[in-house]
Design a protein around this ligand. Structure first.
Ligand code: HEC
Ligand code: HEC
Length: 229
């Protein structure tokens, strides 16, 4: 009896440990890949149809780059589409058609597609480069903090809460800022992003989204220049 209880407690404890672990570890990556390439057979279309074979999306169509997104952020977005906290007529039906274990599986799979991030190059922002200045310094005259304060150095993303912006398509980034303004995306903790999106000028939105979209290229050019020095 005591032995059974101990076993039960042990099993309970290990489940708790697993559940509090990184979401990526909980999802079955191989199953995630099957859903991504073939759909789940229950209403969710193959993700690759729009997000591309490597998850890189499509700028012209407004399909975001989802490769390497943190599993926790990824799963949250799918739940938010289902609940309507984030309204999108394309993603809502697919998100709703995924079971909880499907969500964990695709999230783990896409997190594993992260492109290797080159060493973070420290850069003093150029005051004439509006996007770079906003990312690194912000615009305190208008109560806009530096984006990288939350989104990490070079907008690489931080953990489950702050998605990567670097390398994301400008058209998609812009659409999200507008979505917070209009209220169709209403899923940010403490409305952190809504306030920022409302204070950014149109010109600042163009500058910052263009900056992040082209940042990986800029960084690799800088890295090469450094190597050849
Ligand atoms: C018919 C095209 C289409 C298909 C198929 C599709 N998506 Fe999407 N996905 C989109 C669009 C468009 C958006 C951006 C919507 C918005 O603006 O909120 C998006 C956004 C997302 C986001 C949010 C990304 C972010 O940075 O916040 C995630 C996560 C996502 N999709 C996952 C999936 C998964 C998983 C599948 C497969 C089960 C899938 N998508 C299938 C078109 C599609
Ligand atoms: C105080 C912290 C904070 C700051 C500063 C911040 N963000 Fe965010 N941002 C967030 C959080 C949190 C999310 C994710 C919200 C969610 O869960 O959907 C986010 C998400 C985003 C997204 C959506 C990405 C995607 O994949 O859908 C964009 C675009 C974005 N931020 C742009 C910016 C820009 C541009 C700036 C600087 C002008 C900025 N953020 C500054 C906290 C911040």
């Amino acid at each position: 009896m005591i032995k059974t209880m101990r076993t039960a407690l042990f099993l309970f404890a290990s489940t708790v440990v697993l559940n509090t672990g990184v979401v990526a570890a909980a999802g079955d990556k191989a199953r995630g890949e099957t859903i991504a390439t073939q759909g789940n057979g229950a209403g969710a279309l193959a993700c690759v149809t729009c997000h591309g074979p490597k998850g890189k999306g499509n700028s012209a169509a407004g399909f975001p780059d989802i490769a390497g997104l943190h599993a926790g952020y990824f799963g949250k977005q799918l739940h938010d589409y289902t609940s309507g906290a984030r309204k999108n007529p394309i993603m809502q039906p697919f998100a709703s058609a995924l079971s909880e274990s499907d969500i964990q599986a695709v999230a783990a799979y896409y997190q594993s597609l992260a492109s290797p991030v080159s060493a973070v190059l420290q850069k003093t922002p150029d005051p004439d480069n509006q996007g770079e200045w906003l990312a690194i310094r912000g615009d305190w005259g208008n109560d806009i903090p530096a984006c990288n304060q939350c989104h990490g150095p070079n907008g690489m993303g931080v953990g489950n809460s702050f998605p990567a912006l670097s390398g994301q398509h400008a058209s998609y980034l812009k659409a999200q800022l507008i979505a917070w303004r209009t209220g169709s995306r209403n899923n940010d903790p403490n409305q952190l992003m809504k306030g920022i999106a409302e204070r950014l000028s149109e010109q600042q939105i163009s500058a910052i989204t263009e900056y992040y979209a082209t940042l990986p290229e800029q960084l690799s050019v800088q890295a090469k220049a450094k190597e050849s020095r």
